[in-house]
Design a protein around this ligand. Sequence first.
Ligand SMILES: Cc1ncc(C[n+]2csc(CCOP(=O)(O)OP(=O)(O)O)c2C)c(N)n1
Length: 543
Amino acid sequence: MRTLLDAGVNVCFTNPGTSEMHFVAALDAEPGMRAVLTLFEGVATGAADGYARMAGKPAATLLHLGCGLGNGLSNLHNARKAGVPVVNIVGDHATYHTRYDAPLQSDIETVARNVSTWVRTSSSTQMLPRDVAEAVAVAQGPPSQVATLILPADVSWGDGAVVAVPRPLTQAPCASDELIACIARVLEGGGNNALLLGGRALREPALVAAARIAIASGARLLAEVFPARLERGAGLPFVERIAYLPELAAVQLAGLDNLILVDAKAPVPFFAYPGKENYLVPDGCAVHELVTSSHDATGSLQQLCLRLGAERSAPALQPPSRPAQPRGRLTAEKVCKAVGHLLPENAIVVDEAQTSGTTLAMFTAGAPRHDVLALTGGAIGLGLPVAVGAAIACPRRPVLALVGDGSALYTIQALWTMARERLQVVSIIFNNGAYAILELELERVGALLGGPRARAQLDISNPALDFVQLAQGMGVAATRATTADDFTTALERALAVPGPHLIEAVVPRALSGLKLKALPHLLRAIPHLPQPVARAIKTRVEP
Ligand SMILES: Cc1ncc(C[n+]2csc(CCOP(=O)(O)OP(=O)(O)O)c2C)c(N)n1
């Protein structure tokens, strides 16, 4: 534990069992370690992800053998896709106990490997501190990643360990001069070009450099679909996020000559659909990679900016604007509007709103500056845990978690940790009684036979879920809103009164019966769409 602290890891999200009792006992000797109990491992791992996205350094998790790690896997998958550092400490049986295949015995390394670039079972107490220092160093990267240290109980309780010196941080290299010169030539060559920004390229210094490059070269700025952390709002450069629906993404990318990847992957749809395109880069578009997640994206963009002589140009910045207060019966769109109407300065917005959040980007584009943390790996159940971690990393910043009812129920226990730690989180749950996005997907995959028995698998309205009671049962103050006025009042109160709050927003399904005809409505969620693209969409989907 002291090695962890010396290496800067001072938060640990825990769900311990017998094998981890010595680690737990050590907490009293090390007051510098903040241990945060969670009631399910998916909350611990998602919280470690949210913490790392905001703190820029790893938290530890403390998990119970293969089963505990397995419970946390889904959010470790999201953390891996977010490219954030996490150090898992997974207790194991004493080395001499494993041969009996005791009830909790399992192959922990196999479970860990799926999400962890680095996996090690510590073999002796003497080696343990060195292993810990290595785990932290590997997690920090570059690239940042998930490292899993398996800690047998006898290695944990043995004597003879000496605190290890932390490894020095490794500086990520910039792109080579040749590559920067080559990409500068591509941009100077003109044509229809775009920079696709991901990972750390979505923070302010990188965004400012990219916006200068855009001004100098005429290139557009795009962001990956689900960013780990996007800094946006009034006074920051605006980036257009690639849409989730491939039909919309294809329109955004149509006609590109060059796509320059900056810590992002070439865009593909989440899924392949029968008879549809499964690679979104248009034919004839050349893809260039400026940097990967192992590089310094900000430094490389700044050098590219210099190369183009654009370092002094004024980047285009988002002007402030807020939507009016919504009125009348509550809808998902009005919830997003109210959030844009009230969003406080420096908020952290966790977006797992699914279909209900389609207009969130549009209504918050000109709100005071804020960070958006998205569902990087598509594995739902991330929103509430990530909000826990973000609130612990940034205790003075308000956190708003917008979460679909289906998604919320994967890791609803996060509410209890919010209450116990008195975290400044407002959880907004969209109760639409459905896995609405899957209704859309049912049609999109061409499963045309979907009848009542199929649709029943996507309906979560019977019995009706009562999020107010669920929250209150876990110590979180909660209200239900059915009108836009109720919602706005509840949000104002939740933002003003310290501690966690939950607002259950009872809303109709946002995209129910969505047909291609409805896509222009969705496209309003991509503000500042360049005119030619907007026209192309209209002609394509509104014949
Ligand atoms: C771990 C995991 N399990 C299942 C899914 C499949 N899935 C994607 S969206 C979804 C339902 C989301 O429902 P909700 O949060 O209520 O949002 P809505 O679709 O109603 O807008 C499910 C089950 C997934 N993406 N990840």
